[in-house]
Design a protein around this ligand. Structure first.
Ligand code: E4P
Length: 211
């Protein structure tokens, strides 16, 4: 399984590069940096795994044009396409060209199945944004994983909009192939206070015994 960092910050990506398999960005995250396209190029140099960059067009022809341009940026670029009907038609084009894709803004099982049928590399169901509406984001991950398994779809389920380590654990239990998390959650995934307290005690005891 893969862990991705959901970030456009070069500082965060460099800090966690040893612990992640790739990076996901979106237009909101990239709007926070000065030079978005330069930043994306740098990200693809720091990280050898998949780096998702989202199209900002909405018509079929414009999305297809962007797919061509974005896929040329680097060999590890994954083109992120919104799960609209135009996005799905453009996905067919990307699949026919062997271009890697991440179908984003997925909020239903049926949207995910269309992405899989049309050859998406990843589909990104958003957990937190469903929870925000009082719905059950993790249940969507369970359902999509089960359905993909029933039909042997190759599309990977990439859990997104993750708000807590509890989301990460639940997504892994559901069988999610990949999970993208903000830096704050990745830190919580790596750190446990009892590990540090325990290590302090071990080293203090060892050093005392040497005196
Ligand atoms: C993933 O690809 C998205 O960029 C991201 O996970 C969205 O998360 P948010 O709902 O916290 O904005």
């Amino acid at each position: 399984m893969e862990f991705f960092l959901d970030s456009s910050s070069l500082e965060e990506i460099s800090e966690f590069s040893e612990f992640i398999d790739g990076v996901t960005t979106n237009p909101t995250l990239l709007s926070k940096v000065d030079k978005p396209y330069k930043t994306i190029e740098k990200i693809t140099e720091i990280i050898s795994g998949p780096v998702s960059l989202e199209v900002i067009s909405t018509t079929k022809d414009e999305i297809i044009n962007e797919i061509d341009n974005i896929s040329r940026i680097a060999k590890n670029i994954v083109v992120k396409i919104p799960l609209t009907t135009n996005g799905l038609i453009a996905l067919k084009y990307a699949t026919s060209k062997g271009i890697k894709t991440n179908l984003t803004l997925c909020f239903s099982e049926t949207q995910a199945v269309f992405a899989a049928k049309f050859g998406a590399t990843y589909v990104s169901p958003f957990i937190g944004r469903l929870d925000d509406l009082g719905l059950d984001g993790i249940n969507l991950i369970y359902n999509i994983c089960e359905i993909f398994n029933n039909y042997n779809f190759n599309t990977k389920v990439l859990s997104a909009s993750v708000r807590s380590t509890a989301h990460v654990v639940a997504a892994m239990k559901a069988g999610s192939d990949a999970i993208t998390v903000p830096a704050k959650i990745l830190k919580q995934m790596l750190y446990h206070p009892l590990t540090n307290i325990g290590l302090d005690t071990f080293l203090k005891d060892w050093n005392k015994s040497k005196k």
